[in-house]
Design a protein around this ligand. Structure first.
Ligand SMILES: Cc1cc2nc3c(=O)[nH]c(=O)nc-3n(C[C@H](O)[C@H](O)[C@H](O)COP(=O)(O)OP(=O)(O)OC[C@H]3O[C@@H](n4cnc5c(N)ncnc54)[C@H](O)[C@@H]3O)c2cc1C
Length: 391
């Protein structure tokens, strides 16, 4: 039977529920990658910090994702330059690259077991006629100091045994288990602050000295708030920002047999996606499952439509790896991403509420770095990267 739940989330409650009234200097609302990063960057700052999460830490969008750490936007570099201009595209790329380096440093520093692998990534041409565009993308990347290398026709097999005429390999991207990372980081935070699960913020009232935040079993009085509660954050702010949202679909196969693994000869399990549709992707997990994702739809869920999207993902997988025609699917799930018009996340300040939402489909790096920048902002420091990250 196929599990209809994210592959990553199978943890019981780790952190307590709030059961009393407490005081804080800074309250972080939302325990996804953005909120936990903000809490982490406040952990040594001699402030009383409290983090509350409505459900379990990393059980929101963060725990529903694919765990691909990819600098830039989810698109070809040629498109990125076309849409945002070379200067902004490069600046954004460098900022998200910084986030990737920081995540790696944090994992190493705190020995967080989260299956991080520096795999790099592959972008492929689906047909011969796409090869010139792939070459153009590779050239533009090289000129702008993003490493990449092309493999054509029979040389593709040196990297992966996929049914495609050309690939571009980039060595920068990484993959990890984002749920383990965020929970590991929250465990570290809990040494320095109070971390609560199953503690939703129900309402926020302005008081003379700050804010009063109501939860089901306790009130938190705080000077400042970092609000990273995704869509419900907008409700508290009464924000009228124009956001769109997409439903994203994912499937995960059963662990591949040795024979199946040999047949695709995919040594490093890089994330792999087609040119022009970087929302479609395949990655290999530590326990040798393939996750396929990226079938997105603006239309609300309904069972019939969902099945069509899940089937399309399976067909995509078999097109790239025809040798896996009989592969069995073990998990399928969906998640919602919120997007601002220009793909950049929404970060800002209203009174002493510092907010972040709409991290989009590439939000692990922007969310982590956004949390870092919000922590600084709450301490009175506006980082120069703030404008780059928000476009
Ligand atoms: C299917 C899918 C695949 C993806 N794959 C990737 C990928 O490979 N790489 C990548 O970079 N990005 C990916 N993303 C996007 C990425 O996961 C998100 O952009 C990122 O996780 C957003 O993190 P966040 O902390 O801002 O939000 P969230 O993780 O949603 O965190 C917000 C938290 O706030 C909590 N909350 C809400 N209301 C309240 C309240 N009232 N009180 C307290 N807590 C509250 C929620 O429960 C939630 O845990 C993917 C997304 C999806 C859906």
């Amino acid at each position: 039977m196929v599990h209809v739940s994210p592959l990553w989330i199978n943890r019981k409650q780790t952190f307590p529920r709030l059961k009393e009234n407490i005081n804080a200097d800074i309250l972080v609302i939302g325990g996804g990658i953005s909120g936990v990063s903000a809490a982490y960057h406040l952990a040594h700052k001699r402030k009383r910090v409290v983090l509350i999460e409505k459900n379990l830490i990393a059980s929101g969008t963060t725990g529903r994702g694919t765990g691909i750490l990819e600098p830039g936007f989810e698109m070809d570099f040629v498109d990125m330059v076309k849409i945002y201009g070379l200067r902004l595209a490069n600046k954004f790329w460098r900022t998200t690259m910084k986030s990737l380096q920081e995540i790696k440093t944090v994992i190493k520093r705190h020995k967080i077991a989260c299956d991080l692998e520096n795999t790099g990534s592959i972008m492929f041409a689906s047909q011969e006629k796409e090869i010139p565009l792939l070459k153009k993308d590779a050239l533009l990347r090289i000129r702008n100091h993003h490493s990449s290398k092309l493999y054509l026709h029979e040389d593709v097999g040196k990297i992966v045994n996929a049914n495609v005429p050309a690939i571009m390999f980039s060595s920068i991207e990484a993959i990890f288990n984002q749920e383990k990372f965020v929970v590991g980081l929250a465990r570290h935070c809990a040494k320095y602050m109070q971390v609560y699960e199953e503690t939703p913020a129900l309402s926020i009232y302005k008081t003379q000295g700050g804010y009063r935040v109501k939860t089901p079993h306790g009130i938190i009085s705080t000077h400042a708030i970092i609000l990273t509660a995704y869509a419900s954050g907008m409700k508290f702010l009464k924000s009228k920002h124009a956001l769109s949202h997409d439903i994203c679909y994912e499937i995960a196969t059963k662990p591949l047999t040795k024979e199946q693994l040999r047949s695709i000869s995919w040594r490093k399990g890089h994330c792999i996606w087609p040119l022009g549709r970087s929302y479609d992707y395949i990655r290999l997990t530590k326990d040798k499952r393939l996750i396929v994702g990226g079938e997105d739809s603006e239309i609300a869920l309904n069972k019939q439509r969902s099945e069509k999207h899940f089937r399309r993902l399976q067909n995509f997988l078999i097109r790239v790896f025809p040798q896996l025609y009989d592969i069995e699917i073990d998990y399928k799930w969906t998640g919602t991403i919120y997007l601002r018009k220009r793909d950049f996340p929404e970060l800002g300040q209203k009174g002493n509420i510092f907010y972040s939402f709409a991290q989009g489909g590439h939000g692990l790096l922007t969310g982590f770095y956004g949390g870092h920048l919000l922590a600084h902002l709450a301490l009175g420091k506006l980082d120069k990267d703030f404008r780059v990250l928000t476009g």
